[in-house]
Design a protein around this ligand. Sequence first.
Ligand code: SF4
Length: 338
Amino acid sequence: MEERRELLLDVRNLKTSFSTFLGEVEAVRDVSFSVGKGEIVGIVGESGSGKSVSVLSVLKLLPDNGVVKGGTVEFNGRNILPLPEKEMRRIRNNQIAMIFQDPMTSLNPTVRVGKQITERLRAFQKGLSEREAQKRAVELLEMVHIPDAARRIRAYPFEMSGGMRQRVMIAIAIACDPKLLIADEPTTALDVTIQNQILKLLRSLKNDIGSSIILITHDLGVVAETCERVVVMYGGMVMEEGTAEEIFYHTAHPYTMGLKRSIPDVTEMKGERLYSIAGYPPQLINPQKGCPFADRCQFAMGVCRKYIPDYHFLSDTHRSMCWLLDPGCPNKAWKEEM
Ligand code: SF4
């Protein structure tokens, strides 16, 4: 795919596996994607699609049984995969920050939120006095729109709502002025109103602190208004990638179409059941031959079960991995049939 953007992160042909009692789980299979400077990129897919494992591989935060088996991860023009743990820790401390799904498991419930922010600040900025760190912590809480920040800094996490706790997590993440912020399902545990507020906050932070953002989610609706680019993953592979407009208005993969149909449309639903893609994600121990989506795809043909399709490039920024896009495919009307 031709790239004209200035890249911050460029992941190429990443392969990650886990050893288990049942065999080797090929969780990430030849995944490539990139994040431009100042861009918000959404990585979308169901549980087990490989989206979180891909970013944990980038950060070298895999559990002990996980191993990156191939590929390159260029961050700011440098392949960081071969770096020793000490240097990776430095990158994780002050260049790439992560926001996890459940703030209650990431925040220490027995420590005031202000202390948790100042500890992060002082670990990152050696020589910062406690007083300066306190002042900066209040500023950070204000940046994430926590009202009455000077007082709230003394609160414990359990004294805050779920949305407030997620804002505190974001404040901790941006304390080190990261170049890249990775948000892994940051709104899953929140109700719709708070979810929208957090997404709005992420968008505004991109402008305020100039970070690039990776937003990992199972919900294509979440990326619709937040992301500039979207990577759709399934079975450890990238099924489709494009700008948000290409993914939503020029959808070119049956799996992406299924995800799109799963977004509830409250203006049209009249007591109908919510759409869901029938079947289950594929098993990744000795994965089946051919397209990983074949068992759930209504358009699957003989060739789909035998060979993995190549990527078809629909524009400089849009690619999709599906036999339906092959010029020789007899089904020319699949989009209308969906
Ligand atoms: Fe469906 Fe075949 Fe396309 Fe896979 S390659 S998404 S099975 S049509």
